[in-house]
Ligand binder design. Structure first.
Ligand SMILES: [Zn+2]
Length: 107
């Protein structure tokens, strides 16, 4: 785990940080290293916008628990997946309105 005060790696069983001497708070969750959810959300935004949006929002909310929160990736993931979703909705609307307005249906 990592010390909440100085961020140095310390033994999981240690009561005090060997680097700065601060008491390790065992009750709270230890700081995690990489916010992988942000990276997954960012990549997923290009292929699965709904999954990407959910992952990116979760990653953005939880980014403070990580040493490397990748908050920018989470924000980018939210932006890209939102844009992709809007693009898909517009395409679907155009598709259906195009079919409804096509001469084939106007008997
Ligand atoms: Zn420390």
């Amino acid at each position: 785990m990592y010390c909440r005060n100085c961020g140095q790696e310390i033994d999981d069983k240690a009561d005090f940080c060997v680097h700065c001497g601060v008491r390790v708070n065992k009750g709270s969750s230890p700081i995690k290293e990489h916010n992988l959810m942000a990276l997954i959300g960012f990549v997923a935004a290009f292929f699965f916008p709904i999954a990407g949006l959910i992952c990116s929002i979760l990653a953005y909310k939880g980014s403070s628990e990580y040493r490397n929160g990748y908050k920018n990736f989470a924000i980018a993931g939210i932006a890209i997946s939102s844009g992709a979703l809007i693009f898909i909705v517009v395409l679907v609307v155009l598709f259906f309105t195009g079919i409804l307005l096509s001469p084939h249906f106007m008997v």
